[in-house]
Design a protein. Sequence first.
Length: 450
Amino acid sequence: MKPKVLANGLIFSNGFRFKGSVVIEDYLITRVDVGYTNLAEIPAENYDVIDCEGKMIFPGVIDEHVHFREPGMTEKGDIMTESRAAVAGGVTSFFDMPNTTPQTTTLEAWEAKMARAAEASAANYAFFLGVSNDNLDEILSADYTRIPGVKLFMGSSTGGMLVNRDEIIRRLFSSFPYVIACHAESEDVIASNKARMLLQYPEGIPVGLHSSLRSREACLEATHKAVALARETGARLHVMHLTTAEELQFFEPGDVASKRITAETCPHYLCFTEDSVAATGGLTKCNPAIKGESDRRALLRAITEGRIDVIATDHAPHLLANKLGGNALTTASGMPSVQFALPVMLQLTRKGFFTIEDVVEKMSGAPSRLYRMSRRGYVRPHYVADLVVIDPDADYVIRREDVLSSCGWSPYEGMRLNFKVEQTWVNGQPAYVNGKFTGKQTPLALRFDI
């Protein structure tokens, strides 16, 4: 098989951009050439050349927070359908969450997911182990060269995996040396809000009041508790889906690799406000709840400040029947995002909130360093050729009929974008080109350095 050349694209990696070409042999990048390459001078008998003039070349997105719903909820999505949607969106690697049915709280359940992904996934894959009130010994015995970390629910969400025993949380923080990915909401605050609001709305709390039910106080209290415990014990804490301006005080600017406490946010918290929940009939309802415009602005600033380390999707598909017509307690929380997250984030650069380099760092480089991933997340020689080619001059509107997730809808429908995923390369093979899957499916189980 001849080496392949992605020629004359605008390459983004390591915080820089430059005109150049990427040479791929087997599954690796073997060379990154700076400057213009005359295509006529590349011998066709030796190389397959892909002309990327006018296009951008990124490292593949590493989405460290998805819910692909398999096993147990495959009517909403499964590993095959959602990983294909991911690849169409430039996501070459994903980490799936444990709140499936059965929950991924045992090594047996984790092995079953790994086996299924080896058969069905279109992208590179990894699966978190979930913390429960009674599985800490099994968690501590697992192999974290194959597992990115553990997921701790300090606050109930889809799947009923709330850990509410302080002694378990403290023991986890004191003894677990790898990434503790945390959903931080105070269950006590939410329960108090619920009791008070049901007195006012006995027929059902309106869906538009979801951010009052799962309030900023719930987020602030739980995040403060988690960060304080991590500082006391030295735990490696990663707080997921940050939503409020106040929580940002707990996170320091700086390089993700040098931190013990890091933070993630998601595109929907950067694009929508709490008003969108009522306006969409519940489509943008999620946990933690989307907050106000001032919070959205603060999160956008935190990306350039370095207080937000990672942008992930929290991709969580639900059928429209579970999203529309309910109230704040009955409408399903979560939304699909993997297919359009990268183009949406790039579109925000046109508004001056942050740079394209920031997007590449937060969605590719930083996840790679945070989770100790070997040779992924950058366009560098000797790194795995997980790559995305972007057309920056497209003009299109996201339509429902374009959605590949099984749930069949997107919260970004109707949004006009200029950035479009033209090609996605997974482990050195073109998996998705010009709107079509090539059938070259070469995913690998992800590995982590410890």
